[in-house]
Design a protein around this ligand. Structure first.
Ligand code: FUB
Ligand code: ZN
Length: 679
């Protein structure tokens, strides 16, 4: 199949304006920055362009085929009464379909593909055929018995399914203003709003997600009740559930089983455990009192995203305070060097103890995706580049690793070390990761820019063009020419609709200033940095960022103005904080935002876990257009276990497990003499 790219963004925006079609113009936030949504940004060429094509050509149809094969669509037919076969899967099955459809909507923003559009709308019709009179829309419970709906809030993912449907519906509307899915989402959300709320039932879902989706629904519809429902669900976490009024949860109160479940001791014990400190769902105490990242890492990423959003879209300083502290905890003590989160130390797919970061770990693909969403929202809330630094780190490393280069192989877990290698699977029964990846990749354009009053922020460097609507309604076209992340040169051509004064805020990445991450969890061995060069229309400008991490270029911009950024990209050795005992005496390699690993296939006959890289061995970067879709590899000399010099090749971590199976490691030993006091 051939990809048909849509006409340029500028043409599309003008055409939509003339046609009078209304498309999801999101409500702006009360404070902080506004996002520039993916539909205003076209990534072409460079690093991301080919990935978006693979996503469109391979990932979306592959995922839809798998979902159809595995009963995710016929479950809705069953619920609508048009299918006689069995209901398949589990209670979160709907969410996998919604996520993939959401991914297809992003793709359709950029590729003209009537067949895919027809396929999505055909599935949407089958979903909607099962929607109940009262708006309820979860196939599993419609089939199993509606008398059980909303009965098990902790273990079954009803609100989670709903949230994913809302997100799909918002994007379905954004594409061309069609309201079919959005109307259904509103009916479903109104149904939920009719049951849960301050004067109604006080309860929350076990797997967070609906909270951030409600904010999207609020922004797309302008209906404040969705924002209020989000706030209610945030406020109720850590409180007594299934009650009629707001009550603080007391861990010492005996567990009261819901009607019909009395006497089920095993279940009672499990439900009680879920509310303990490491009990998965961030439900052990009110969110505004939480200061540490604990529990299931995917759920955590989603709820922290919603906390950041509620502080941006309403008056909620207590949520900002809490999420700030949690952020410090993650960045200071609980994040892997590649941006991954979640060690599953407590068997809960969750965060572990501070500094306990084993390299053979869990790091679910979904937790990296949730982590990107969270860091993106932190950047928007605080307007500081350091959050975009982390977002970029997760994006190019832990998150990208989840999917094969071919777009149809997936990891659930993403360890930093593997003795025997890993094999991505073409599908995973518990399909949260493949389907999350199917909706994540095409959202990247939406992370590149942000805007505020008379300010335009460049957060990521990615080849392509954007047509960004500023507050005054005027459009600024901005083009990026770059081969980032392989090269630190970026050319930005800025063309406002008409000459206008605004502040172009260009992020200078932490890695270019000598810091692999904000904080001291990881550091470069060598703090020396070559200066970043910046020019505007060929004239040198100081590239020293302000306290917010951006260089502010405030001037009157006119068509064709050019900003050029040149960030030297040396190979960097990275060390972990001394409390991360797992990595004592080991070094990781980075270049720009990319974290590297050694893989067996490039380092034949070497024991990756015994060889060492002396501190003074030269490491050089070499671009290999023919390898792994085009990557820059690192070459250097190491010592094998017999101290014999050997040649080493490191590849970007995200690209591992795309060739023959073999060992892999991000952290490499240093010879003992290099690991003493001089570190
Ligand atoms: O429960 C839904 C998703 O499935 C979670 O986010 C993942 O961890 C997996 O358990
Ligand atoms: Zn997952």
């Amino acid at each position: 199949m051939k990809n048909h790219l849509k006409p340029s963004l500028m043409c599309t925006l003008i055409a939509l304006g003339l046609s009078g079609i209304s498309r999801g113009d999101d409500l702006p936030p009360q404070r902080g920055l506004d996002n520039v949504s993916h539909d205003q940004v076209e990534l072409r060429g460079g690093f991301w362009g080919p990935r978006l094509e693979i996503h469109h050509q391979t990932t979306v149809p592959h995922a839809l085929d798998a979902l159809e094969r595995n009963g995710h669509v016929t479950n809705f037919d069953k619920a609508a009464g048009t299918f006689d076969g069995e209901l398949r899967g589990h209670h979160a099955f709907d969410s996998d379909l919604h996520k993939t459809l959401e991914g297809a909507m992003y793709s359709l923003q950029h590729f003209d593909d009537p067949d895919l559009r027809k396929r999505v709308d055909g599935i949407l019709d089958r979903i909607l055929a099962s929607q109940q009179e009262d708006g309820y829309l979860i196939s599993y419970f419609i089939v199993k018995g509606l008398e059980n709906k909303w009965s098990d809030m902790r273990l079954e993912h009803q609100m989670y399914n709903a949230g994913h449907f809302f997100e799909f519906a918002v994007e379905h509307n954004r594409l061309d203003g069609g309201t079919k899915a959005l109307d259904a989402a509103k009916r479903f959300a109104d149904h939920i709003d009719g049951i849960f709320g301050p004067d109604k039932r006080h309860d929350v879902g076990g797997h967070e997600e609906i909270e951030l989706a409600l904010i999207k629904l609020y922004r797309a519809t302008g209906e404040k009740r969705y924002l209020d429902l989000c706030r209610f669900l945030l406020d109720e976490r850590g409180c007594q559930h299934n009650v009629k009024e707001h009550q603080r949860y007391d861990p010492n109160t005996p567990y009261v089983a819901p009607e019909g479940e009395e006497g089920d001791e095993r279940r009672a014990a499990m439900l009680k455990r879920l509310r303990t400190r490491n009990g998965r769902m961030q439900d052990h105490k009110p969110l505004v009192e939480q200061t540490e990242a604990i529990g299931h890492a995917v759920r955590a990423g989603y709820i922290y995203s919603a906390m950041a959003d509620i502080a941006r879209f309403s008056e909620a300083p207590e949520y900002e305070r809490a999420v700030d502290q949690i952020w410090q905890d993650v960045l200071g003590r609980k994040m892997y060097v590649n941006g991954g989160i979640g060690t599953a130390q407590y068997g809960d797919e969750g965060f572990g103890d501070p500094y306990l970061l084993p390299n053979k770990t869990y790091c679910e693909s979904c937790s990296s995706i949730a982590h990107v969403f969270w860091q993106h929202r932190m950047n928007l809330l605080k307007g500081e580049a350091k959050y975009a630094d982390v977002m970029e780190l997760v994006l190019y490393n832990a998150a990208l690793s989840g999917m094969s280069l071919s777009g149809d192989g997936f990891f659930y877990q993403n360890p930093l070390q593997s003795d025997n290698g890993g094999e991505r699977r073409s599908w995973i029964g518990l399909a949260c990761c493949p389907t999350n990846l199917a909706r994540f990749t095409p959202q990247v354009g939406g992370f590149v820019y942000a805007r505020a009053n008379k300010q335009l922020f460049v957060n990521l460097f990615a080849a392509g063009e954007a047509a960004i609507k500023m507050e005054d309604g005027k459009t600024v076209k901005i083009t990026q020419d770059t081969n980032y992340p392989w090269d630190g040169k970026v050319k930005l051509t800025v063309s406002p609709e008409e000459e206008s004064k605004f502040d172009l805020c260009v992020r200078i990445p932490g890695w270019a200033l000598g810091n692999p991450v904000p904080g001291d969890l990881y550091r470069f061995a060598d703090q020396d940095t070559a200066p970043v060069a910046l020019t505007v229309n060929g004239k040198a400008v100081e590239a020293i960022p302000g306290r917010d991490g951006y260089v502010h270029l405030e001037r009157s911009w006119k068509g064709g103005d050019v900003v050029e950024l040149d960030m030297p990209m040396p190979v960097r050795r990275v060390y972990a904080h001394e409390k991360v005992l797992e990595n004592t005496g080991k070094v990781a390699l980075m270049r720009g935002p990319v974290v590297y690993c050694l893989e067996g296939v490039d380092n034949k006959d070497l024991d990756l876990f015994k060889l060492t890289v002396p501190r003074d061995s030269d490491l050089t970067a070499e671009h290999r257009a023919d390898l792994l879709g085009g990557v820059t590899v690192l070459k250097g000399q190491g010592l094998d276990e017999n101290q014999k010099p050997v040649k080493l090749t490191a590849i970007p971590y995200y690209a591992w497990a795309n060739r023959e199976k073999g060992a892999m490691t991000i952290w490499i030993k240093e010879p003992e003499s290099a690991t003493g006091a001089d570190r």
